[in-house]
Structures are given as C-alpha cells and as structure tokens.
Design a protein around this ligand. Structure first.
Ligand SMILES: CC(C)(COP(=O)(O)OP(=O)(O)OC[C@H]1O[C@@H](n2cnc3c(N)ncnc32)[C@H](O)[C@@H]1OP(=O)(O)O)[C@@H](O)C(=O)NCCC(=O)NCCS
Length: 296
C-alpha cells in the first residue's frame, strides 16, 4: 500500500449505521453482485449493529454487521469494501471492531465466508467449518410444472413458530426472531411437512431478494422430505431463485442440477473459537439449505 493510501485509509471516519444508511448499504452490496434488499439492511441496523467507514465527503466505503442470536453465537455479515478501497486493511479494521464488541458480550463471532472473505478471516484466527454452495436457477428455466407433495402445506406465521426448534437442531443457532421476521416480510412464504400426529418434521421459507428469490432455511428429516418441501417453494416462485445447500447434501445437489440449477459460488462456515462444535464443523443431517450467508 502506498503511504498516501495508508494516510487516506487512516482518515476514514468510523460510523454506526442508522436507518438513513440503508440505501448506501444496498449500494455497496449491489455493487458486489449480492442479493440483499433494503429489508435486509434495515434488519441488520434494527436488530443488530451495522458499522461502516466514511470518507470526508460522507461516502460509505466499507461496512460490516453483527446480529446476535440466542445461545451465544452472533452472526457477522455484510463485510464489504468498495473496490477502490480494497487491500488497505479496512475489512480487517471493521472485523476487529465487530469481534471486540461481540467478545465484550461473550458472544462467539460466526459467519459464512466467500473465498475472498475467507482469506481475511483466516488471518484473524477463524476456523473453517462446513462448505456450502449457492445454486441458481433463472426465470426461463422455472416454467416446468413442479409436482407438489400433498403432505406439504403452506404455513402461517403461527404455524411456522412450531418449526423453530427444528431450525435450532438443524443449525445450532437460536434465531427464532430472525426467521419470524424473514417469514413475515411482504412477499415471503413458508411451508411445513408434518408427521401423522401433526407434528412438524420440516419446513422451508422463501423470501424476496434483489436479484432472485432466496429459498432457505430448508430443514427436513431426509432427502425425499427436503425435495418435497423444495418443490412446493419452487412451484410458488416463478422468477429466478437462489438456494444455498451444504456440500454434504449430495442427493439434493444432484436434484438441483437435474432441475435446471447451476452452481454460482461457494461459501465456508467459520467461527472464532478454539475448536468448532460438531454443528459448525459438519452440516447437521437435517440442514438442507441455510437461510443465506448473511444469516447463517
Ligand atoms: C473481502 C473484502 C471484504 C476484503 O476487504 P479488504 O479491505 O480489501 O481486506 P483487507 O485489506 O483487510 O485484507 C486483509 C488481508 O486479507 C487477504 N485478502 C483480502 N482480500 C483478498 C482477496 N480478494 N483474495 C485473497 N486474499 C485477500 C489478504 O491477505 C489481505 O492482506 P493484503 O492486502 O496485505 O494482501 C473485499 O475484497 C470485498 O469487499 N470483497 C467483495 C465482498 C466479499 O467477498 N466480502 C466478504 C464476505 S465474507
């Protein structure tokens, strides 16, 4: 880094983002080709803590956000640096701030990294957990009729509340408030699959994204049940779709390829701990799609 660049980076102002910064945040995530909407940024600002770096002309050039979950984990996301400002230590600086704030609250920093992010996080001591892949299908490929399993039914917000324990079992994160908020958005829909006694055995949520609808989390007892839930979500989602599937779910990945999906990018779950618990090291068997790398 040239000395003048270091001085410029040093002069950036650290800020806590507020509701008025939602559009600047979307500007940065959109420039990186990401899928987050104004609702997502508003959620990070309202339920978590979003921080950034601003130039003297008040341009937002870097961001990071933390979202606390029950049970001791907090999700770090939206680590974005304007391309003109990259490789000057800005992501590292914002992450250090996030980590300090989470450690002060005794929360474990956890995240899903892109390959570029992974390089930054590994240097900071994050350990690598399971990998997952984003699959995408465009609108043109989505016209084929999907046969929907009649045992899968659309769930109201109240009916989805019964599924929160399944989510926690599937990913180890206590985030009922987050999922209620995702499912409660305009344009979101959810489905569940019950056993013979009427108890939920799996569920899926679909929500709107900037580039494509996001399907996830998808939690189910097995491959057939997961595919049944996914068919219902896809049948109701005519446009482009993104879904983030653990690499260990090979049957579902094969099904996606056979149904017109293509691989977009890979992610790595990571946490700043001395040793990863099993649910971060390996994708638990009932986790078929994560909520999205910004939420885990
Ligand atoms: C990833 C990103 C946030 C890094 O921001 P940054 O401010 O340039 O990162 P830093 O300067 O703090 O980098 C620290 C170190 O991480 C490593 N690193 C950073 N970006 C890297 C990349 N694209 N590829 C490989 N290593 C990288 C390097 O070792 C770097 O040190 P160096 O610049 O001295 O070589 C930025 O490239 C970005 O916004 N990318 C697009 C969005 C994204 O992928 N975000 C991560 C989400 S998990």
């Amino acid at each position: 880094m040239a000395p003048s660049e270091a001085v410029e980076a040093e002069a950036l102002q650290s800020v806590c983002l507020a509701a008025a910064d939602v559009f600047a945040g979307v500007g940065l995530s959109s420039a990186a080709g990401w899928n987050q909407t104004t609702d997502d940024w508003a959620l990070f600002i309202a339920q978590g803590e979003a921080i950034g770096l601003r130039t003297a002309r008040s341009e937002l050039v870097a961001t990071a956000a933390t979202l606390p979950y029950e049970g001791g984990h907090a999700w770090i996301s939206m680590v974005l640096v304007d391309p003109a400002w990259q490789h000057r230590g800005l992501a590292t600086r914002l992450l250090a701030q996030c980590i300090e704030s989470l450690r002060a609250r005794r929360m474990v920093p956890t995240l899903d990294a892109t390959p570029a992010g992974e390089a930054v996080y590994r240097k900071l001591g994050f350990l690598r957990g399971f990998g997952f892949s984003r699959w995408e299908r465009d609108a043109a490929a989505s016209t084929a009729a999907e046969a929907v399993d009649p045992r899968v039914r659309e769930a109201t917000q109240d009916e989805l509340a019964d599924c929160m324990a399944l989510d926690t079992q599937a990913c180890g994160l206590g985030r009922a408030a987050l999922l209620a908020s995702l499912a409660g958005r305009q344009g979101s829909r959810a489905w569940r699959l019950d056993d013979a006694r009427g108890l939920a055995t799996g569920f899926v949520i679909a929500r709107e994204g900037r580039r494509a609808a996001q399907i996830g989390p998808l939690v189910a007892a097995g491959d057939a049940q997961a595919i049944g839930l996914l068919r219902a979500a896809l049948a109701a989602t005519p446009g482009p779709v993104f879904i983030d599937v653990p690499d260990a779910r090979e049957a579902l990945s094969g099904w996606l390829i056979a149904h017109g999906f293509r691989l977009q990018r890979s992610f790595m779950r990571m946490a700043l701990r001395a040793q990863l618990p099993p649910y971060l090291a390996e994708a638990p068997s009932s986790l078929f799609a994560v909520a999205g790398p910004e939420f885990g």
